[in-house]
Design a protein around this ligand. Structure first.
Ligand code: ATP
Length: 265
């Protein structure tokens, strides 16, 4: 199970065999003076002859909520997987802060929290047990593990369910548990792949408010194919289609996101 979890959350190098992960850098090491937290240069991912992400150039600012918008198969998950370290690029460069995410992936992973589209939560584990396990897996120092779990449990209102088995939780609580595991090491960058999938309207509203609370302290990069969701949650939006970046806009400068989207796609 540990290796499975490490892989699922992008904590195991795709070609490597080292399940442990991050240096769990301290907050002082974490924060960068640069407003740019992520920079992709001609970032490309090919699967055989198929190009899933094509020469992507993009900069994401520290503390913003940034959305990747595009139809199914446009390359959103591929990009998130490259950032998380789950997959390696075929070409191009990727920097997290000042660090090269490919050559210094070990230290970069400690700065990333990843919630995959269908996050495996190990349905027979209790929430607290799962979060303790993930905190250790993410390299949180043993002496800090208990506090880290309490912090995220409070932040995501999980205290009442810490003793529940994850398999018996509602979809909303499962989503929050998945978010908690991604935040337990206090990462700079939080990756959310289609976070509203499967949530009911009330849960979507709750999630939106959680994301708003997280911004500033964390940079949130989320993928979505729902225009209205992106307009309500993100500050900037990138449109992807067939692995290509078609444009980036501030939501506040784009009164009609739908028109812009249609004009590009
Ligand atoms: P969705 O919303 O459906 O998840 P997406 O925008 O996240 O779509 P990706 O999952 O990044 O898209 O997929 C981009 C393209 O790359 C798709 O055509 C997909 O079939 C292909 N692809 C993804 N992973 C692999 C893989 N491991 N092997 C081959 N092709 C892949």
């Amino acid at each position: 199970m540990p290796l499975q979890a490490a892989r699922a959350f992008g904590l195991l190098a795709p070609s490597g065999h080292t399940p442990v992960i991050s240096d769990a850098p301290t907050r002082k090491e974490h924060r960068t003076a640069s407003p740019i937290v992520l920079r992709a240069e001609k970032l490309t991912k090919r699967y055989g002859r198929f190009t899933a992400l094509d020469s992507l150039d993009l900069e994401i600012n520290a503390g913003e909520v940034f959305a990747l918008l595009g139809p199914n198969g446009s390359g959103k998950t591929t990009f998130l997987r490259l950032i998380s370290g789950y997959a390696l690029p075929s070409a191009g460069k990727l920097f997290i802060g000042e660090r090269d995410a490919i050559t210094e992936s070990h230290s970069v992973r400690g700065r990333i929290g990843y919630v995959p589209e269908s996050a495996p939560l190990y349905r027979d584990m209790r929430v607290e047990e799962f979060l303790l396990f993930m905190a250790r897996l993410r390299g949180v120092r043993e002496v800090d593990v208990g506090d880290a779990v309490q912090r995220v449990a409070k932040q995501l209102a999980l205290l009442p369910v810490l003793n529940r088995v994850t398999g018996t939780l509602s979809r909303g609580y499962r989503q929050r548990t998945a978010l908690a595991q991604a935040l337990v090491h206090d990462p700079d960058v939080l990756l959310l792949d289609e976070p509203t999938n499967g949530l009911d309207p009330r849960q979507i509203i709750e999630l939106r408010s959680i994301i708003k609370d997280l911004k500033g302290r964390h940079t949130v990069i989320m993928s979505s194919h729902i225009l209205s969701e992106v307009a309500r949650t993100a500050e900037r939006v990138a449109i992807l289609l067939d692995g290509k970046l078609l444009g980036v806009r501030a939501v506040s400068d784009t009164p009609d996101l739908e028109d812009w989207f249609l004009s590009l796609t």
